[in-house]
Design a binder for this molecule. Structure first.
Ligand code: HEM
Length: 503
C-alpha cells in the first residue's frame, strides 16, 4: 500500500512543480519583455505628444522614419502609437503577427459615434467583425469576383465613352465608373450611374464625413475619452450617423420591396444579405450598414486609384508609351483589350502596380491594435498599442524599391519581363487579417480601366494647368485634387466610339 500511495503522489507533486516552473518562466519572460525599450520616436509635449500635422501626416511620419528607424513610437495622452514604415517590419509585425494585430483601437469619434459601431473598417476584433467579414468574403473572394468581370468591362467601356464626349470632367467619370460598378454589386442597380446621381452624392458625402473624422488628431476624444462626457461635443457626429443609417436602410429596403413585389432583383450583396440575414445573425441595422459601408469603402477608393493612374500617365510619358507598345502588339488596333488579354498584358499590370506604390490611396494606413506584446528587432510593442502601417513610407523603402521616387513599372516584373514578381507586395490594400476584402474586385477595375484608357487615348499634360502630383485631399483615403490633363484619341474618334459602344 505505501508503495501505491507513493506512486500516485509523485505525479501530483510533479504537476505542482511543473505548474510553478511554468508560472516562473512566464513571469521571467514577461519581466524580460518589459525591460525591452519601446521603438524610438519623437518626444513632443508630455501630455499631447509630438505635433502631428493635420495636412498629410504620412509625410511627417516618413521624416521620422528616416530619423529614428523603420518602426517608431510616440504617446498622445495614454495612447501609445506605433508607426511601421518599412517593408520587412510590416511583414513581421502586421502580417506574421496578424492574429495579434487584427483588432482596431477604440475609435469613439468615427467608429462608435459616426458609424454606430457598425462600419466594418472600424469594428474591433470579435463576433460582429467575424460575421461581417464572412458575409463580405462570400461575395468578394477571388473565384466569385471573376463573375463581375463582364460588368467591369461594360462599365469601363462606358467610362471611355464618357471621356470621349467630355474629357475635361475625367475625375467625375472615374467616380461614375466606380459608383456604377459598386451599386450593381451591392444593390443590383444595373444602369450606368453618373457621379452626380443623388444616391452617389449622398454616399460620397457620408464618406467625406468619415474621412475627415478619421484624420489623426481630428477628434481629441480619441486621445482623451473623458471628453465624451461634454454635453453636445459629439452631437454633429451623431447627426451624421443618423443620416447615414437612414440612407443605408432606405437603400436596402428598396431591394427588399422589389423582392416582395416579385420584381426581378439581380443577384447582389443586398439580396444575399436579405435572404441569409438569419443565417448570418444580422439585425436590420447591421445588414443595412454592411451593404452601405461596402459601397462607401469600394467606390471612392477605386475612383481615386483610377485618377491616380491618369495622373501618372500624364506625368511619365515614357512609361505610358511602353504600355501602349505592348497593347498595340498584343491587342492590335481593331479590337478592345479585355480580361482575356490580362495574362499577357504584363505592362498594364506593372503600370498600375507602380501607381499604387507611387501615390497610395490609403497613404497613412488604418490603425490596428496589438492584443498582446510583440517583440520586433529588440523593441517591444506592448498590448494595447495602436499600430499604423504607413503605406506611403513602406512603398518608399529603399531596400525593397531602389530609387523609390523614380516611377518605374519595370520593378514589378521578373528579370525576363514576362511575369509579375510574386515576391513583392505593395500593401495598397492593408495588412494581415484586416486586409481589404475588396482587393480582388479593385485590382480588376484598375486592370481594365488602365488597359482600355491607354489603348484608347494618349494622356498628355495640360500645359496651361501644370499638374501638382502632391495635391491630394486631406482624408484617410486620399483623392487627387481636381487636375487637368488632355485625352488625345489614339484611333479615329468615330471608330473608337463604335468599338466602345459594342457591349
Ligand atoms: C483601390 C481601391 C481600394 C483600396 C486602395 C482599398 C484599401 C483598403 C485598406 C487600406 C483597408 C484597410 C486595411 C487595413 O486595415 O490594414 C481596406 C479595408 C476595407 N475595404 Fe478596401 N480598398 C479598395 C477597394 C475596396 C472595394 C472595391 C471594396 C468592396 C467592394 C472594399 C471594401 C473594404 C472593406 C469592407 C474594408 C474593411 C475591412 C476590415 O476592416 O476588416 N475596398 N481597404
Amino acid at each position: 500500500m505505501p508503495h501505491n500511495y507513493q506512486s500516485s503522489a509523485l505525479p501530483a507533486t510533479t504537476l505542482v512543480v511543473l505548474a510553478l516552473a511554468t508560472w516562473f518562466l512566464l513571469q521571467f519572460r514577461k519581466a524580460r519583455l518589459n525591460t525591452k525599450p519601446l521603438p524610438p520616436g519623437p518626444k513632443g509635449h508630455w501630455l499631447f505628444g509630438p505635433a502631428i500635422p493635420k495636412e498629410h501626416p504620412w509625410l511627417r511620419f516618413e521624416e521620422w522614419i528616416q530619423e529614428y528607424g523603420p518602426v517608431i513610437s510616440f504617446r498622445k495622452g495614454r495612447q501609445l502609437t506605433v508607426i511601421v514604415g518599412r517593408y520587412e517590419a510590416a511583414v513581421q509585425i502586421l502580417e506574421k503577427e496578424g492574429a495579434a494585430t487584427a483588432d482596431r483601437p477604440s475609435n469613439i469619434a468615427a467608429g462608435e459615434t459616426l458609424s454606430g459601431g457598425m462600419r466594418t473598417l472600424l469594428i474591433p476584433n470579435g463576433e460582429r467583425l467575424r460575421k461581417f467579414r464572412k458575409a463580405l468574403h462570400s461575395q468578394l473572394r477571388p473565384n466569385i469576383a471573376v463573375e463581375y468581370q463582364p460588368l467591369q468591362q461594360i462599365n469601363a467601356q462606358h467610362h471611355m465613352l464618357d471621356l470621349l464626349r467630355d474629357p475635361s470632367n475625367h475625375m467625375a467619370h472615374s467616380q461614375g465608373y466606380a459608383a456604377s460598378l459598386i451599386l450593381s454589386l451591392t444593390y443590383g442597380i444595373a444602369a450606368h450611374t453618373a457621379s452626380n446621381d443623388p444616391i452617389v452624392r449622398e454616399v460620397n458625402d457620408s464618406q467625406a464625413n468619415l474621412g475627415a473624422a478619421l484624420v489623426p488628431g481630428a477628434w481629441m476624444v480619441d486621445s482623451f475619452p473623458i471628453l465624451r462626457l461634454i454635453p453636445n461635443y459629439l452631437l454633429e457626429l451623431r447627426r451624421q450617423h443618423q443620416m447615414e443609417l437612414n440612407l443605408f436602410k432606405s437603400q436596402l429596403q428598396h431591394v427588399r420591396d422589389q423582392m416582395i413585389a416579385n420584381k426581378d432583383v439581380k443577384a447582389c450583396f443586398g439580396r444575399m444579405l436579405i435572404e441569409r440575414q438569419e443565417e448570418y445573425k444580422l439585425t436590420d441595422d447591421e445588414a443595412a450598414y454592411l451593404a452601405g459601408s461596402m459601397f462607401g469603402a469600394g467606390a471612392g477608393t477605386s475612383a481615386s486609384a483610377i485618377s491616380i493612374m491618369v495622373m501618372a500617365a500624364a506625368t511619365f510619358p515614357e512609361a505610358q508609351k511602353k504600355v501602349q507598345e505592348q497593347l498595340d502588339s498584343v491587342v492590335g488596333p481593331n479590337k478592345l483589350p479585355t480580361f482575356q488579354d490580362e495574362s499577357i498584358l504584363m505592362q498594364v499590370t506593372a503600370f498600375y502596380l507602380e501607381t499604387f506604390r507611387w501615390r497610395p490611396v490609403s497613404a497613412g494606413g488604418f490603425a490596428h491594435r496589438a492584443t498582446r506584446d510583440i517583440v520586433y528587432d529588440g523593441y517591444i510593442i506592448p498590448a494595447g498599442a495602436a499600430i499604423y502601417g504607413s503605406h506611403w513610407s513602406i512603398a518608399r523603402d529603399p531596400a525593397i524599391f531602389p530609387d523609390p521616387e523614380r516611377f518605374d513599372p519595370q520593378r514589378w516584373l521578373t528579370a525576363d519581363g514576362t511575369k509579375i514578381r510574386e515576391d513583392l507586395k505593395v500593401f495598397q490594400f492593408g495588412f494581415g487579417r484586416r486586409v481589404c476584402p475588396g482587393s480582388h474586385v479593385a485590382t480588376k477595375s484598375l486592370f481594365i480601366n488602365t488597359a482600355l484608357m491607354l489603348w484608347s487615348y494618349r494622356i498628355l499634360p495640360d500645359k496651361k494647368n501644370p499638374l501638382d502630383t502632391m495635391a491630394f485631399t486631406n482624408t484617410a483615403n486620399t483623392h487627387p485634387l481636381p487636375f487637368s490633363v488632355r485625352f488625345e484619341p489614339r484611333r479615329d474618334a468615330k471608330e473608337l466610339e463604335k468599338l466602345l459602344q459594342d457591349m
